[in-house]
Design a binder for this molecule. Sequence first.
Ligand SMILES: Cc1ncc(COP(=O)(O)O)c(C=O)c1O
Length: 379
Amino acid sequence: MSSNWNDPFFMANWQKENAKKTKHSLGGASLSLWSLQSILDLAGPQEKQAWHDQKMQYTSIQGGEELRGLISQQYKDLSAENIVIFSGAQEALTCIYLALLDNTSRVIGLTPSYAPMTFAAQKTGAEFIEFPLTNIKNKWSLDFLSLNEKINKNLDMLIVNFPHNPTGFIPSLTDWQETLKIAEVAGTWVVCDEVFKGLEFNKQNVIPPVCDLLPMGVSVGSLSKAYGCPSTRIGWVATHSTDLISKVLNIKRYLSICPSRFDEAIAKIMIRNKEQVLDQNKSFIKNRYEYAKSKIKMDLSNWIDMNQISAGIVLFPSLKLNTSAHDFCKNFLAETGYRLEPGLCFGANHTQNFRLGLGGANLEQGLDVLESYFKGYTP
Ligand SMILES: Cc1ncc(COP(=O)(O)O)c(C=O)c1O
């Protein structure tokens, strides 16, 4: 399978077309636990004062050294010099692709996927080859051996995302290392979108960031997902390659230029209190997951098959009905005002799946509405 697998704007269009009908989002991939006040409550007296004394000026193009230093501590052998701050992970991904790819490049990308992660690479004109996760009865796995068939010496980049959106999948450490061995032999860049890193439910599920395992490994992080702070628009690239750092900086000059001072201040507070923030987010999501699991098992299993997740904020269940998830989600939204995200948002093959978000305000109520809807459903 190569070239375009889907309409790049399927998800954007789905959300845009249905914005007015949506009273509640039941398919989102973020959690809404934090307010500005609750973050400032974590700050020490100096940080609180600094928040009020902010100068209304540009910051450094690479991002403030203090924030980059704090971020670099998450990685082995990296320092502030190895980090660039972007306006969210999406700008980071786009700058990496623009820096390393063009219309002569070949890229292999994991699917299903958060579409902008893979489509931004295709936008450079690069040939795009799918690396599909294997799905057997809604149990997802990584067939790393299939990479051997797709890779050849001309491969420029492998793009993956672990913990994975929308399946919540994380490969075993052995499978991850085998995947990277194949990439290393091919001499390719490996970009791993790690925005959900920190939301692994068990320690044994945690795999190291790609930049710690491979000289050509590029880790992309963000405050949007694991930290639950998408409003701050802080994302980053972590890499050993100083050449890549200077290339992405040159592209960023034409985009956001530099991070917002306010966003950086919030990011520093969040990252200094990383353990508390991530523990709080994780325990919230784990409780939600346990609730959704038992609700689906007890009351919804006639109509949907659920997937088990190792991390993250979303489920990717499949419908047992004789209708596509797209039609189902459309009708469910029209009748109830609850919006799920159909599997087509994540790739052309996922016609029976839909994304169910665990982080929103209305999960319990939404699952009850889904149950009533199924009970009255006539195809
Ligand atoms: C896998 C993945 N990467 C990146 C992003 C975008 O992250 P950011 O808000 O940091 O740009 C998302 C948003 O949903 C995502 O799911």
